[in-house]
Design a protein around this ligand. Structure first.
Ligand code: NAD
Length: 373
């Protein structure tokens, strides 16, 4: 069928030793960048995304169109659709899965708790089940956990050995549950699984629900923004990590993933399989107020700030990654500082939303192409 031809074409690598990767959440922020990077270096990529309305679906459709122009097909599908997943693995012998589909965001959980369970727990099980029992060969899986699993730890920087038993939000709890579920599927079915704990990722084509993005919108519109401080008066800090650094980390994890040792059909595995978890951060936490002042400089406009003491809304006070494990195992090394990364974000934002500010970003006016990063 035409569907199968499209899927096969998108999935086939252009270089002889290229990977063939299923990217879930491909119309998301990180998924779009990773899919483009894989395609650019000659790997085959098929994406899937359910285009949910957690944030502006039009932005997700724009990313899908961008990917289509680069030869990446993104299917409208939910990871809980086992029949569709089984069919996909029947049509394409994927070597890898980059699993990024999830319900993200910590505050949304107060109103929509079940959406986290559906995508981050049930969805993960759905994917692992299909890979364990229907995929032949069984692809290695790399998936997005989160720095939020470090929860209420204060002994930063966090290494992978720090405790993760005190999640501050349902989002964090479902990511922590995902890590436990990964252990089980590795243990029983021999799936090769690598979890990546991303630390506050930002950049062009980013997520409108995240502070750097919504603050940019508010500053330009002259609307007030709210900064949080901890109950003890200290400022909230984040280890902001630029998207290109995260993409390098994801590709490094894919390239060093070993094969699964399971047997198609979910039979007895052939031996122990790889199970890994890595921090991917920037190793350089910045107070949120500093992030705002960089945005003010870039936009040439002052923010109307109010500061409130952090309510119990799932945010953690401080994140800071120790990335030496990822550095050792696949050469992960973040290289983009916050000012440089935000300049690229703002440049993209002004183009994408065709905002006229009079202020020239980076010495150029607002005309650069959409793919410039
Ligand atoms: P995103 O929301 O932009 O991307 C996720 C995509 O998955 C979305 O396009 C969404 O439509 C899709 N999706 C959600 N549920 C789905 C389902 N059930 N079936 C199919 N598609 C579904 O988020 P992102 O920032 O690109 O994050 C990617 C991954 O990284 C997520 O797992 C997220 O939890 C994790 N993460 C992100 C950050 C960050 O700062 N951006 C930090 C830590 C972890």
């Amino acid at each position: 069928a035409a569907w199968e031809r499209g899927v096969r074409a998108s999935a086939s690598p252009r270089r002889p030793d290229g990977l063939s990767v299923l990217v879930t959440g491909a119309a998301g922020f990180v998924g779009t960048h990773c899919s483009l990077a894989l395609k650019r270096r000659g790997d085959g990529v098929v994406g899937l995304d359910n285009f949910n309305a957690y944030y502006d679906p039009a932005l997700k459709r724009s990313r899908q169109a961008l990917l289509a122009r680069h030869g990446v097909l993104v299917l409208d599908a939910d990871i809980n659709d086992g029949a569709l997943l089984a069919k996909l693995f029947e049509v394409v012998p994927f070597s890898h899965v980059l699993h990024l589909a999830a319900q993200a965001g910590v505050r949304y959980a107060t109103r929509n708790p079940q959406s986290y369970v559906a995508s981050n727990v049930a969805g993960l099980v759905s994917l692992f089940e299909i890979v364990a029992k229907h995929a032949d060969p069984q692809p290695a899986i790399v998936w997005a956990s989160s720095s939020s699993v470090y929860g209420l730890n204060t002994d930063a920087p966090f290494s992978e050995l720090h405790r993760t038993d005190r999640p501050a939000s349902l989002y964090a709890a479902t990511k922590k549950a995902g890590e436990a579920i990964a252990h089980t599927y590795n243990h029983i079915y021999g799936l090769s699984i690598t979890g990546l704990r991303f630390f506050t990722v930002y950049g062009p084509w980013g997520r409108p629900d995240m502070a750097y993005f919504s603050f940019t919108k508010s500053i330009l519109a002259g609307k007030p923004i709210t900064l949080f401080r901890m109950p003890d008066g200290t400022a909230v800090q984040r280890d902001f990590t630029y998207i290109d650094d995260i993409v390098k980390g994801c590709l490094g994890a894919l390239d060093t993933a070993e094969k699964s040792t399971g047997v198609a059909g979910g039979g007895k595995k052939r031996g122990p399989a790889q199970l890994r978890v890595y921090n991917l951060g920037n190793t350089s936490p910045v107070p949120v107020a500093k992030m705002v002042s960089i945005l003010e400089d870039l936009l040439g406009k002052k923010a109307k700030k109010s500061v409130v003491t952090l309510p119990q809304n799932g945010d953690v006070p401080f994140t800071h990654a120790n990335v030496s494990l990822a550095a050792t195992d696949f050469g992960y090394q973040p290289t983009t500082d916050l000012a440089t990364g935000l300049r690229k974000f703002v440049k993209w934002y002004l183009q994408y939303y065709s905002v006229e500010t009079g202020k020239k970003i980076n010495g150029k006016s607002n005309t650069a192409g959409e793919e410039e990063k």
